[in-house]
Design a binder for this molecule. Structure first.
Ligand code: NDP
Length: 281
């Protein structure tokens, strides 16, 4: 029995999310079904996709082919920037459900705030309505900074279930993560391995060598112990297995402190204040 797969984090709104999931960003459309089927066989019960990844169909096909009861798989998707706005967000959610072949999602996120467009507020109203009407189990945001969350709290009584943000040992956004936790918003770490870059950090390889585990296992255990929901991406079944084989990876307080100390303040992804160009397909 893998305890890691059973770990869940409670969400605002009353549901909960498996703490470890599989991310499918940059998994090509044609190969997605197979990748997700393997993940489900291995024991993953949480898949993170997005309209912008252009692979929702493959995720949905894998879930259907697996025969696993729908309620046992937690599915997240995200609204792309080009679909922001009240009516367009409602339409985009319906289209996402159609592509996934699902009646409703477990979690639907605004992918980026794109503040220059000034549309995330109306978009959030649409998501809040979907949640109020039970058309989606939980709604949340991604790449929202503290001022966006402050403004959101003023305009809506629906608390985002999660804020999905770039978070890995060399980029920890601790102030933002604390801000979320204080407001009951679960912190979901994207690019949790630093898109593989953090695997080569000398402090992490040293710790992995000493504990006789992989660098990815060190990083993922740190995420679990720090309470982050985590969605590493891999297309390799071996890595899917080892990334979830964390029950016996024991980090001491001193080890955790080493990882806490690796923040360089350098993000690898896009800047939430300015990102607006892609995902407009
Ligand atoms: P990750 O930090 O998950 O790193 C993925 C990379 O690490 C891939 O190159 C993968 O290669 C490699 N890898 C995975 N496991 C191992 C391992 N055990 N050993 C060695 N290499 C490994 O980066 P992502 O950016 O993909 O983030 C994960 C997920 O977060 C995405 O899939 C997506 O769902 C989400 N995300 C959300 C964003 C947002 O704006 N909301 C932005 C970016 C990501 P390989 O596949 O070849 O194994």
């Amino acid at each position: 029995m893998n305890e890691t797969f059973s770990r869940r984090v409670p969400l605002a709104g009353g549901t909960s999310i498996p703490q470890l999931g599989l991310g499918v960003f940059q998994v090509e459309s044609g190969g997605t079904q197979q990748v997700v089927e393997r993940a489900l066989e291995i024991g993953y019960r949480h898949i993170d996709t997005a309209a912008a990844y252009v692979n929702e169909e493959g995720v949905g096909a894998a879930i259907h082919a697996s025969g696993i009861p729908r309620e046992e798989v937690f599915v997240t998707s995200k609204l792309r920037n080009g679909d922001q706005g009240y009516e367009s967000a409602l339409r985009a959610y319906a289209d996402t459900c159609t592509r996934l072949g699902l009646e409703r999602l477990d979690l639907y996120l605004i992918h980026w705030p794109n503040p220059a467009a000034g549309l995330w507020q109306d978009t959030w109203r649409a998501l809040a309505r979907l949640a109020d009407q039970g058309e989606v189990a939980a709604v949340g945001v991604s790449n929202f900074m503290p001022e966006h969350l402050e403004e959101l709290a003023q305009l809506s009584e629906v608390t985002p279930a999660v804020n999905q943000i770039e978070l890995h040992p060399t980029y920890q956004q601790r102030e933002l993560a604390d801000h979320c936790r204080e407001r009951g918003i679960a912190v979901q770490a994207y690019s949790p391995l630093g898109q593989a870059g953090d695997l080569e950090h000398p402090a992490i390889t040293e710790l992995a060598g000493r504990l006789d585990v992989s660098p990815a296992q060190v990083i993922l255990r740190w995420h679990l112990d720090r309470g982050h929901v985590v969605i590493p991406k891999t297309v390799s079944p071996e890595r899917m297995r080892s990334n979830a084989d964390l029950d016996d990876v024991a980090l001491s307080e001193a080890d955790l402190a080493v990882l806490d100390g690796l923040d360089s303040g350098q993000r690898i992804g896009n800047d939430p204040y300015t990102f607006d160009k892609s995902q407009i397909r």
